[in-house]
Design a protein around this ligand. Structure first.
Ligand SMILES: Cc1cc2nc3c(=O)[nH]c(=O)nc-3n(C[C@H](O)[C@H](O)[C@H](O)COP(=O)(O)O)c2cc1C
Length: 339
């Protein structure tokens, strides 16, 4: 059975688990998906050790009134919550980080992993992997400005260059990062290529600060396997948490989740209406539906149907009809082997 770390309400502390039996389990940042409503759903299903926001544009955070911003909303129990910033201008990142800490976020993460053109063309995200000096400056300046957890989430180097990856991570550590989260795919690797877990091991062995592994976790068994194979301190889960938001609960309880999937979908509908601004509700709920329906064999039919609908109420009717009373019995795979 997996014993997972439960952080206190507003503190993120990985130090005390360095050699312990607990495994911190972390919800990955996913743009458009891991907003307040989804995080609240995961929290209600038993939660995880730490939540991450989707990436936040440092310029927008630093320059705009952030009071009512959808991206900055926090739920009732999605804590501790780390805000992920994307950007590369040290003063802007510092200003944004300070504002976020003031808003009560429990830690700051710097995104050095996103390989989308829209991000890298500004020199942000994974573009920082080839600008180590700037990357280290960012970490150093943000570290000087804010207390509490400062993590960096990154991916592997171009061509999976091992030495460069280790040197880069050591530089992040020397400049004040508390935690490294590695998704071991290079900027060119798509999701079709498997994550190269042994790079997580390489980095874990080379650093003194904790390393969290990320990539291709589809089941509680995978969590233990990643921990054993790589020696990582904790495990971050992305897509599998969208498909089965109860994956953290299953990992902790050591048994298959017994709930009714349609209840979860209905609860999500309530939370999406409650937390998200009206114009965003249906689009985000359809995105949620697209992921959760991967539990079913006829997922493509459901996705296509959902894409045509205009309201959450229509989506719910469609899913209720599509799944019928035996929604749970129709689940194709208790754990998606391939995401
Ligand atoms: C739709 C989507 C959006 C994502 N957005 C972000 C993001 O905002 N910030 C980030 O660091 N990673 C982002 N990622 C990457 C995930 O955090 C994670 O590293 C990746 O999905 C691998 O983990 P997994 O195999 O558990 O899904 C995103 C991934 C997906 C699928």
């Amino acid at each position: 059975m997996l014993n997972f770390l439960r952080n206190t309400k507003d503190e993120v502390n990985f130090q005390n688990v360095k050699n312990g039996a607990e495994i911190p389990l972390i919800l990955a940042p996913m743009a458009g998906l891991t907003h307040v409503a989804f995080r609240q759903l995961v929290a209600e299903l038993g939660g995880c050790s730490v939540f991450y926001t989707e990436m936040l544009n440092s310029r927008k955070v630093a320059n705009r009134s952030i009071k009512d911003d959808i991206y900055l909303k926090k739920g009732a129990i999605d804590t501790p919550l780390v805000a992920q910033l994307v950007g590369n201008d040290p003063p802007t990142m510092v200003k944004a980080a300070l504002l976020l800490k003031e808003q009560g976020f429990n830690g700051i993460d710097i995104n050095m992993g996103c390989s989308k053109k829209a991000i890298t063309r500004h020199g942000w995200g994974a573009a920082l992997l080839s600008m180590p000096r700037l990357a280290f400056d960012l970490v150093r300046e943000v570290r000087k400005a804010v207390s509490g957890l400062l993590s960096v989430k990154l991916r592997s180097m171009e061509s999976h260059h091992r030495r460069k990856l280790i040197e880069f991570c050591k530089g992040l550590e020397e400049n004040g990062a508390d935690l490294i989260i590695l998704h071991p795919r290079s900027p060119r690797d798509g999701f079709k290529r498997p994550a190269v877990w042994h790079e997580i091991k390489d980095v874990s062995e080379a650093l003194d600060i904790p390393v969290v592994g990320n990539g291709d976790i589809a089941s509680p068994e995978d969590i233990l396997r990643m921990k054993q194979e790589t020696g990582c301190l904790g495990v971050m889960i992305g897509r599998a948490a969208m498909v089965r938001p109860w994956i953290f609960q299953e990992a902790v309880m050591g048994r298959k989740w017994q709930g009714n999937i349609m209840d979860i979908i209905e609860r999500a509908a309530f939370l999406y209406r409650y937390y998200l601004p009206k114009p965003a509700q249906t689009r985000r709920f359809i995105d949620f539906g697209n992921w959760i329906t991967r539990n079913w064999t006829f997922h493509h039919y459901l996705t296509k149907g959902l894409s045509r609908l205009q309201t959450i109420a229509e989506c719910l009717d469609f899913l209720r009809q599509g799944l019928g009373d035996g929604a749970n019995s129709m689940v194709k795979r208790p754990f998606v082997g391939k995401l």
